[in-house]
Design a protein around this ligand. Sequence first.
Ligand SMILES: [Zn+2]
Length: 338
Amino acid sequence: MVMNCPICGKKHDVKLKRRKASSTIKGEKVQYDEEYFACEEVKGDNEFATAAIENANLLRARNAYREKMGLLTSDEIVKIREKYGLSQVDLSQALGWGEATISRYESKAIQDSAYDNVLQLIRINPLILYYLYIQNGAVLNKNKEGVLMQRIREELLASGREIIARDKLESFYITYNEATIENGFKCLDIDKLETIINYLAKKIKNLFKVKLMKMLWYVDILSFQMNNRSMTGLVYQHATMGALPIGHDAILQLDNVSFLEEMSPDYDNVKYHIIYNEKLDLKGLTKDERNIIDSVITKFNSMNTKEIVDYMHEEEAYKQTNDGEIISFEWAKSLNKF
Ligand SMILES: [Zn+2]
């Protein structure tokens, strides 16, 4: 690179060189790659570096220390941040840290191990970032929060890590963490959902998955009609067989939901027969809630899957929405007479 050489004072081509160097950081001796310029016009003391090169050397030395001590390197911190689509300030705030914290860790300062632990955790488990974010007061604006929640969900699905069904179901609802018309002004309540499913399973002999999903929708939409609030906080989508809650597979996998896999008579399909789980008590339901669930049971108890699907197909909520569309609780207004 041609430059005004500070060693000989002339303008000429100077080569950037690289060598192994060592340095002592926080009492630890570390080896790193050092870069420098050398003027070949002069013998002896002919080395120099620009401020940018000195900074880069310092960063490499500190990263060598981090690697030696098992801390994240600055590049790894950048990657974690980018994975979640956040700026340095946003990630700092999301974690409840001072605004400049991430910027310092990415550029020069070596992070304390407590901070490093948090960053390592959110690297492995997106749900931890989610929980910390909520705990720290959900400080980002709605646009940024939307991006973050979407990224968390994608990372969670892509991670393929073993997550318990409850986490899995929650991950589907990360983007519905506020009371809106889509969830019937209630955030997902998994304990309540498990109790309702168990209550239904206790009272209905032939409770199969599709029928259960329809009954949950009727429980929620009736609850909304009466109290302006759904019961479970599930969000339903328009599917061929009627309303289907987001994360329906994860619902069946919940710890307190029990089912038997049964073959249909033509041996082509496995049917999920939901059965009563005696371990879970049903005290979590109020009298009002039981009344609503009982009215749904009375209405559909004797219907088979096809009959309840046909019934749902006559609802405006179904007729006026398209495949995959979220069925808003607005439709409670035009629910067919119960
Ligand atoms: Zn020179």
